[in-house]
Design a protein around this ligand. Structure first.
Ligand code: KIV
Ligand code: ZN
Length: 536
């Protein structure tokens, strides 16, 4: 079996095979940015956004992409279905609780995938079984086995997760795992759902389970760690040292609460410390920065400057001593090369005189594919408008334009038509806002503490959504005062938290766009099911 074979079909591997062949050196990367990442408050993504991220993950050679939770809503189902249809080189996975309706929906969603997987899960910790599921241990074993049996009607590639495994009793875990493997589960994923474990203990749990479960050689052991104590990456790496051969992770560590283990940190730790880890992934790490920027651009979750690998300061050498050392010999202070994870300097890429072909080929280099000529024309027109206002256009500007275009074409109930803002020293700022709401143009005037406040009040007057603003932040996309401002807002409605984004060289317009974007998402995402709440 060649490495290429393994990449195309990593899921048929068993622990025995891992021991016996080349495969012992292979670490399977399961990305759950589009599922667990999307469970971060406010990070919900549209179908087109998920497709863009899935394409970037495929290009980076991620083995498995968990594209969503198909039963959550019709939108989630359509997203997983579209990703399954488009992605060819990575396995596409849909999440399902151990329930018939969930499994049927997930099976339907991944039907057209080149390689599809169903990931089903059921909690096994005493607290979850008693308080959440209200099921006895025997009932849990029975339901887990039944779920795997149902999933086998759709695919042979089945992952089972005993949710909250990190707080489950080892003997009971062994019992459940043995039963689901016997029923046909090919990957056993051990989640530290609440981020409670510590590395030496979590690593020992993995080797203990692999040793004690009699049929453990028939499945790949995987881990899925949350970052509540800041230990998600540490726990995942400990598990790899103890025999896990699949790691579940997300770009930028996005995910429920404090997030999931960060893909870029795990992949680079394993690659950089080959003396310690006796395995490696197939990832093309030069795509890491692209993925990181794409995910933060789409979700509005900005990356902290000192974040490992993808933070703005990760390869910056501020102190004189460090700079001197790095100039003499890079290895004095750098253990990785910036270009190996895709860092490039801000390059001037296009300008006012660039034509459609130059634009199209730069977009292709950025892995942006347009669904139609109309879509390309729309973004090209937006590029020309921007180039009239802004002399130098960078990659970041182009990505923001694509985000904008996606915002505009997808299920928009509310559209910005025009905005006039009056600000003067000593006067109360006011905004005259014209919106198109469900096809009809309406206008309102409002005043506020500042121009943005006035704008948001005018939008609320017209839309009457009753949302509460939780966060407002402005970021310059590139350097210079001619930079586009990128605005992220977070709003809350009936317990649901949604992020919105907008970009423009005028930050008041960017603010209005971001608020309208959030409101459109609120309208489109009502009534979504959360996978880890509720019964089984
Ligand atoms: O954290 C968790 O337990 C999960 C499961 C669905 C695998 O996300
Ligand atoms: Zn999780």
């Amino acid at each position: 079996m060649t490495t290429a074979d393994l990449r195309l079909d990593p899921d048929t591997l068993t622990r025995q095979q891992c021991k016996e062949s080349l495969i012992k050196d292979r670490l399977i990367i399961f990305d759950t940015t589009l599922r667990d990442g999307e469970q971060s408050p406010g990070a919900s993504m549209t179908r087109d956004e998920k497709i863009r991220i899935a394409r970037a993950l495929e290009l980076m050679k991620v083995d498995i992409i968990e594209a969503g939770f198909p039963i959550a809503s019709d939108g989630d189902f359509e997203s997983v279905k579209s990703v399954a249809k488009i992605i060819k080189d990575s396995t596409v996975c849909g999440l399902a609780r151990a329930k018939q309706v969930d499994i049927e929906r997930a099976g339907e969603a991944i039907k057209s995938a080149n390689s599809g997987r169903i990931h089903t899960f059921l909690a096994t910790s005493p607290i979850h079984m008693q308080q959440k599921l209200r099921m006895s241990p025997d009932q849990v074993v029975e339901a887990a086995v039944a779920a795997v049996r149902m999933a086998r009607q759709y695919t042979d590639n089945i992952e089972f997760s005993p949710e909250d495994a990190g707080r489950s009793e080892a003997d009971f875990l062994c019992r459940v795992i043995e039963a689901v493997i016997a029923e046909g589960a090919t990957t056993i994923n051990i989640p530290d759902t609440v981020g409670y474990n510590v590395p030496h203990q979590f690593g020992a749990l993995i080797s203990d389970l692999m040793e004690r479960v009699p049929n453990s050689d028939k499945a790949v052991f995987s881990v899925h760690c949350h970052n509540d104590l800041g230990l998600a990456v540490g726990n995942s790496l400990a598990a790899v040292l103890h025999g896990a051969r699949q790691v579940e992770c997300t770009i930028n560590g996005l995910g429920e609460r404090a997030g999931n283990a960060s893909l870029e940190e795990i992949v680079m730790a394993v690659r950089t410390r080959q003396d310690i880890f006796r395995c490696d992934s197939d990832l093309d790490t030069t795509q890491i920065m692209n993925c990181s920027k794409l995910v933060s651009g789409i979700t509005g979750f900005t990356v902290q400057p000192n974040k490992a690998i993808v933070g703005a300061n990760a390869f910056a050498h501020e102190s004189g001593i460090h700079q001197d050392g790095v100039l003499k010999s890079r290895e004095t202070y750098e253990i990785m090369r910036a270009q190996d994870v895709g860092w490039t300097t801000n390059k001037l890429v296009l300008g006012k005189h660039s034509g459609r072909n130059a634009f199209k080929s730069r977009m292709a280099e950025l892995n942006i594919q347009f669904a139609s000529e109309e879509e390309l024309n729309e973004v090209f027109a937006a590029f020309k408008t921007l180039a009239d206002k802004k002399h130098d256009i960078f990659d970041e500007d182009l990505l923001a334009l694509v985000n904008e275009a996606t915002f505009e074409t997808e299920n928009e109930t509310i559209k910005l038509v025009s905005l006039k803002v009056c600000c003067e020293t000593g006067e109360i700022p006011s905004a005259t806002m014209t919106l198109n709401i469900d096809g009809a143009e309406q206008q309102a005037v409002a005043s506020g503490d500042g121009p943005v406040d006035a704008c948001f009040k005018a939008i609320e007057k017209l839309t009457q959504t009753g949302v509460k603003l939780q966060l407002y932040s402005v970021n310059a996309i590139t350097t210079g005062t001619d930079s586009q401002g990128e605005v992220t807002v977070r709003v809350e409605k009936d317990g649901q938290v949604i992020n919105g984004q907008g970009a423009d060289t005028d930050i008041v317009i960017a603010s209005a766009k971001s608020y309208i974007n959030a409101l459109n998402k609120v309208i489109n995402s009502a009534g979504r099911t959360h996978p880890q709440l509720g019964d089984v």
